[in-house]
Design a protein around this ligand. Sequence first.
Ligand SMILES: [Zn+2]
Length: 254
Amino acid sequence: MNEGHRAWLESDGTTFWSRSSPSHVGSSVIALISSVYERDPRWARRIIRHRIHTTEPLGEASWGSVKVAARRVVFSCPPLKAFSGTSVELIPAASTADENLSEWVRTRVNGRRFSGADEIWSFLDQLVREAERVKPRIMALPVSAILLDAEGAVLSWGVNSAWDYRTQHSETNLIRRWHRQGSPGAPAALWVTRKPCKMCSGWIWDGLLMQVPIGIRYRDPDDGPLARTTVLDPGTFERRRADAAKMEAADASG
Ligand SMILES: [Zn+2]
């Protein structure tokens, strides 16, 4: 992670920019896309069409987030001194739109050890129903996810809240929550009710799998264009790109 990286886009003479953010897998591109939506979802849909520039070598999480929630990205240097006119720094929100479920989740998972697939899927379905009951307009699709350690204790969770905020899928909310809480415990398995899309697979790759090998379990397939092939699927373009980047990083470090 490099705190010095920047991502920006220009709209109507104003440059909107973000710096890399630890809670967003260290990516300035993701910090920018997330904060654009979190600032104003309707405005976001218009300005996110502009080309995003960044000084950052793109990881899978950034590629996936551009694919799912933005349009185009280009590597560009130098950054800030090239900005002309007005510039506005955008800072992504600390919390996600599924935050109002925290208390409901806390009372149900504190001290609990999940021991089998039936129990886990049943809990994830309850979580979706509770999200629909509490705030029906946060989910574009009903999807939920939990992160467990080897004993079945819950380390993090997330619900899809992408209705307004397109980077807030259940898995990205789960990863943001886990990093925000200081990456507690030793993750062993991530369970999600639907196949992770390209963005979430990238976040899982960069934000979890690069740190610790965990199992990924999903229940419902997703054959849509944004989920059919991802970095989590062996043999895909995305996986080859990620493996090449990993080898390059290993060569560079010695
Ligand atoms: Zn997703």
